[in-house]
Design a protein around this ligand. Structure first.
Ligand code: KG4
Ligand code: ZN
Length: 336
């Protein structure tokens, strides 16, 4: 059974064809970072306009790449939230038009469920129950995933998401957007012990907080450059990047370990854009090996936003006949 997935929740236009919820036949992602970079973050109006330009060619490319046409599809799964409302509207409207025109079911998928189920697109997928760390630009949460559609929040960020902290730190260092991959690259050349940035472990809760470490980086930068001139010395930048990354990663890994100890469940999956981070992947693997945890980390292209994860999540809703009407509304805020 072939499902077309569509994701336009943020700044990537993506369409994918997935077979039986597991096998990726095509997965096309058109990034918009070129238009947002000079603003140091996403400009929502520009994002929606680019989605309008790209949705048709991206869906066509996904179908062509899969060697199929619309009548081969069993359903269309579209991300209807959370995300930027104008961006979501483009994907939802396009998905509805296909479903109406071809008389096939429409499935609304929560973006976070897409991330959470993205490890199922790999050959080695976790069995339920498992602990899931979803760590992206908009969210940082630990879930107990008991079955498809049965997820409970064990902890979530009280302020910034980890990816948001990466993007803000990149901006205050005078670097580009998105900040995560840039800081990740810089961090590999720096000394993680150069600056002792704070780690908000927040004892007695599995919640997170990343605004403190971001502010600490800001204060450190102000001390180094009282006249606010950009720091250009590469070794200073890479030391800050490595020290910041180490503070963020330590908290993410430690809290995941707590979640395992609290539940006794020794299967962990991580997903979302920040799970592409080399430092996080490495430290999580070290912790997993030490604690004898089965760890599931999707390949990098499945960590960041993509429509294959939406099609995969849509498949299970399809099996349960959880279809949306053509009045499906995009939702900027939608919890899992
Ligand atoms: O999942 P995603 O593509 O979109 C959201 O749902 O938010 O995540 C995007 C976030 C951005 O904040 C980006 O800076 C971060 O993921 N990111 C990374 C890396 N690659 C992307 N953060 C740290 N290291 C990376 N390698
Ligand atoms: Zn995402």
């Amino acid at each position: 059974m072939l499902i077309l997935g569509i994701d336009t929740s943020c700044d990537d236009t993506s369409a994918a064809v997935v077979q039986d919820g597991r096998k990726i036949i095509s997965n096309i992602v058109s990034s918009q970072s070129d238009i947002h970079t000079k603003y140091g973050g996403i400009v929502p109006e520009l994002a929606s306009r680019r989605h309008i330009e790209m949705i048709m060619p991206v869906v066509e490319e996904a179908l062509t790449h899969a060697g199929i046409t619309l009548p081969d599809l069993s359903a269309v799964a579209v991300c209807h939230g959370p995300g930027l409302i104008g961006s979501l509207l483009v994907g939802c409207s396009f998905a509805k038009a296909i479903c109406y025109g071809k008389n096939i079911p429409l499935i609304g998928v929560n973006h976070l469920e897409g991330h959470l189920l993205s490890p199922f697109l790999e050959e080695q997928a976790p069995e339920f129950p498992f602990i899931s760390l979803v760590v992206s630009g908009g969210h940082t949460s630990l879930y107990l995933a008991e079955d498809y559609g049965r997820y409970s929040v064990m902890g979530k960020t009280r302020d910034d998401a980890a990816g948001e902290a990466y993007d803000k730190v990149s901006k205050l260092l005078g670097l580009s957007y998105p900040g995560g991959p840039i800081i990740d690259r810089l961090a590999r050349e720096g000394n993680a012990r150069a600056v002792a940035f704070p780690r908000a472990y927040l004892p007695d809760t599995l919640d997170f907080s990343f605004s403190g470490v971001k502010t600490a980086v800001l204060q450190h930068v102000r001390k180094l450059s009282p006249d606010s001139s950009p720091i250009t010395e590469h070794s200073l930048l890479s030391d800050i990047a490595a020290s910041f990354q180490s503070a963020v990663v330590d908290v993410l890994v430690r809290k995941t370990e707590w979640a395992v100890n609290k539940t006794g469940i020794r299967r962990v999956a991580i997903s979302g854009g920040v799970s592409a981070n080399s430092g996080l992947r490495q430290k999580m693997k070290e912790m997993g090996a030490k604690q004898r945890i089965d760890l599931f980390i999707p390949s990098v292209s499945l960590c960041t936003d993509n429509a294959a994860m939406i099609a995969a999540a849509g498949y299970h809703r399809f099996l349960n006949k959880e279809f949306a009407g053509l009045d499906l509304n995009p939702m900027a805020y939608l919890s899992l």
